[in-house]
Write a protein that binds this ligand. Structure first.
Ligand code: COA
Length: 173
């Protein structure tokens, strides 16, 4: 496999990652309409929002690089009560099936655990059920026509036992 470098993105590095993120949202998430995907990259997850979220540690991005090119990413955010929400994850088509997403999940889990989160929550469309199950996530069920009209399959994963000492303070990622 090409030499892939994995890292947690700093606010200063977010521009490097954003180019692939924008491409990925528009090409790898067909469950959302074109207009919705534009809203994601221009508003909800615009570059400035990501810079701010990373600086505040409300958001974390783990990314895989092939040279200067970002080829995969996982974005997670700190919810209240010890829950870490996985917002987005994708790997460039050419680099899929090489363990990149597995490694990104592993990195995020290791850090989330250290920071005191006890659960991952996420939703995905019907394509990835086997993948998340194979990574230890439990499927709760399906909400049809959910966020922005897409079907959501809800998953969670237990990282460790909940601890009051952690979840009563505002946990940052
Ligand atoms: C889902 C996705 C991120 C997986 O990335 P990846 O780097 O190819 O995953 P890995 O190489 O770490 O795969 C790990 C295992 O899951 C399997 N796998 C990967 N994607 C799968 C899928 N969609 N369905 C079933 N199995 C899958 C791999 O074959 C591999 O199996 P193995 O461990 O037995 O060899 C990637 O397919 C992708 O970017 N898809 C498009 C965007 C997307 O759907 N993102 C998730 C939305 S929440």
């Amino acid at each position: 496999m090409d030499k892939i470098v994995f890292k947690k993105i700093t606010p200063e590095e977010v521009k490097n990652f954003f180019k692939f993120f924008e491409y990925s949202i528009h090409s790898q998430f067909p469950e959302y309409s074109v207009k919705t995907r534009k809203k994601f990259t221009r508003t909800d997850y615009a570059l400035e929002k990501l810079e701010k979220g990373l600086a505040n540690k409300e958001l974390a991005v783990y990314a895989a690089f092939n040279g200067n090119d970002c080829v995969g990413y996982l974005m997670a955010s700190a919810w209240c009560g010890g829950i870490c929400f996985i917002n987005w994850m994708a790997v460039a088509k050419k680099f899929q099936g090489k363990g990149i997403a597995s490694k990104l999940l592993q990195m995020c889990e290791k850090e989330a655990k250290l920071k005191g989160f006890h659960k991952f929550h996420l939703w995905t469309d019907g394509r990835n059920l086997k993948f998340y199950k194979s990574k230890g996530f439990k499927l709760i069920g399906k909400i049809p026509e959910s966020d922005y009209g897409a079907d959501n399959y809800l998953f969670y994963k237990t990282i460790q036992k909940p601890s009051e000492r952690n979840f009563l303070k505002s946990t940052k990622i």
